[in-house]
Write a protein that binds this ligand. Structure first.
Ligand code: NAP
Length: 274
């Protein structure tokens, strides 16, 4: 018996990184998981992982998952994602908006196309996917929406110091701040419907393909071993807690993975069914 038995979950950006771990953890608890992202075939060695790879890993251990090729910057793909999942797995109980496209560039040089793409994938897509799943959740009397944010949503310290100073993370911080405000606002709108909406960020950097690429990390495993990076299982467990908790109690949070696990007295569970 898993705590997500008979639940249907969508995890966006689950072709690799944190999304892949969340998808596997949910499946290990019995959820039927839709793995949504663009990569169906690996072409770029810097970004290992495909939606089919994640699905295969889940199915090998007896879990239920489907791959849904989705470009979240396209409204028609978002619509199709919800239709496909509803047809193939049933109504959506859990939506995890995890996908992100990120460019680190100073405001002065930031191209409009990149600005638009970041807001489309990280703000409009979570907003629109929520609009698409909310009617069903309301009808069935509950559900869980989780938006994956970042510490970048917080304001920089003045005067700017440390490794992040001047790194061009302003637009990334803007989209995540918007996502957090969306989460708390929606949480209050649907509280009475029994639908939990939360925002979750890693407590420390997670050595995913995206982070390794953007930060030029050469020794990701060593970072985890020395404790300067967070294992992806921590985010997966925190996501599970927020997508299985009592919507009357655990909602409207803007929280951090390890802090949440400490508060709830939890440690990361298995990625494969017991
Ligand atoms: P990642 O390794 O870069 O993976 C990003 C995921 O987003 C991939 O699965 C990618 O899949 C998907 N994606 C990007 N553009 C997409 C699009 N247009 N349509 C559909 N999917 C798209 O990132 P990560 O490090 O795992 O980060 C996951 C989440 O955690 C993000 O929201 C990120 O901001 C947040 N976060 C991460 C860290 C960290 O330390 N890793 C820290 C703070 C916050 P395809 O390329 O296959 O489409």
């Amino acid at each position: 018996m898993g705590i997500l038995d008979n639940k249907t979950a969508i995890v966006t950006g689950a072709s690799r990184g944190i999304g892949e771990y969340i998808a596997r953890r949910f499946a290990s608890e019995g959820a039927a998981v839709a793995v949504a992202a663009r990569t169906v075939e690996q072409r770029d060695q810097r970004f290992p992982g495909t939606i089919h790879g994640t699905v295969e890993t889940i199915r090998k251990t007896g879990g239920v998952a489907i791959a849904v090729p989705t470009d979240l910057s396209r409204s028609e793909d978002r619509q199709r994602l919800i239709e496909t999942v509803t047809d193939e797995l049933g109504p959506v109980d859990i939506l995890v908006n995890n996908a992100a496209v990120t460019y680190f560039q100073p405001v002065l040089d930031f191209p409009r196309a990149r600005f638009d793409l970041m807001f489309e994938v990280q703000v409009r897509a979570p907003f629109e996917l929520s609009q698409l799943v909310l009617p069903g959740m309301k009808e069935r009397g509950g559900g869980w929406i989780l938006n994956i944010s970042s510490g970048a949503a917080r304001h920089p310290q003045m005067p700017p110091t440390g490794p992040g100073a001047g790194r061009g993370g302003t637009v990334y911080g803007m989209v995540k701040a918007a996502m957090e405000r969306f989460s708390t606002g929606l949480a209050s709108e649907v509280y009475a419907d029994g639908i939990a909406v939360n925002a979750l960020s890693p407590s420390r950097g997670v050595m995913t393909p995206g982070v390794v690429y953007h930060f030029g990390v050469t020794d990701p495993a060593a970072r985890v071993a020395e404790g300067t990076a967070e294992a992806p299982e921590v985010m997966a467990e925190a996501a599970l807690a927020l997508c299985s908790g009592d919507p009357g109690q655990l909602t409207g949070r803007v929280t951090y993975s390890q802090a949440l696990l400490d508060e709830l007295g939890r440690t990361p569970g298995p990625l494969d069914p017991a």
